[in-house]
Design a protein around this ligand. Structure first.
Ligand code: FES
Length: 154
C-alpha cells in the first residue's frame, strides 16, 4: 500500500495542475517508485486523490508499457527490438538473455531477480543493440558485454 508520504506527494502533484487528473502519470510514478509496480489498491488511492473513476486510472495505466500492473524482478531488463537495433543484433541479445536467465520474454526469474521485456525504440538508435536495466542504459551490446553487465550487478 502506498505510504502516507506517497499520498502527500500525489496531493501536491494534483494541486499543481489546473485539473487534478492531469497529475495521473506522475502520480503513477510515485506508486511504482515506492512499490515496484502498480497494485490495484494503490490505483484506487490514485483514483480517489485525483477524483477519477478507478477504471479510468487502470485503463490509462495499462496503456503505457513503462508501468507494471504485476510485480516484477529486482532488475527489469528491457531490450529494444525496433528496426535499428534489430539490424545490429538485438535478437541475439534477447536470445542470449532468455538462455542465461532461463525465462521467456515477459517472465520473471524464480528468485525474482530479473524480469525480461522487449520494448520498442529506446531512443538511442545509433548505439544499438540497446537495453535498459531499471533506469540505466547499456549500448553497443554483444552477448559478452551482456554477461559482463549482468555479472557486475550487485
Ligand atoms: S531502434 Fe533501438 S533504440 Fe531506437
Amino acid at each position: 500500500m502506498v505510504s502516507q508520504a506517497g499520498i502527500d506527494e500525489i496531493r501536491r502533484l494534483a494541486a499543481s495542475f489546473p485539473r487534478r487528473e492531469s497529475a495521473l502519470l506522475p502520480a503513477l510514478w510515485v506508486i511504482q517508485r515506492e512499490e515496484g509496480y502498480l497494485p490495484e489498491e494503490s490505483l484506487r488511492v490514485v483514483a480517489r486523490e485525483l477524483s477519477m473513476e478507478p477504471s479510468d486510472v487502470t485503463s490509462r495505466a495499462s496503456f503505457y508499457t513503462m508501468f507494471a500492473l504485476r510485480p516484477r524482478g529486482q532488475y527489469v531488463i528491457q531490450v529494444c527490438q525496433s528496426i535499428s537495433c534489430a539490424l545490429v543484433g538485438a535478437q541475439q541479445v534477447i536470445d542470449h538473455l532468455r538462455g542465461r536467465l532461463g525465462i521467456e520474454v515477459g517472465e520473471t526469474t524464480h528468485d525474482e531477480r530479473f524480469t525480461l521485456l522487449t520494448v520498442e525504440c529506446l531512443a538511442s538508435c545509433g548505439s544499438g543493440p540497446v537495453m535498459q536495466i531499471n533506469e540505466d542504459y547499456f549500448e553497443h551490446l554483444t552477448v559478452e558485454r551482456v554477461d559482463e553487465i549482468l555479472d557486475g550487478l550487485p
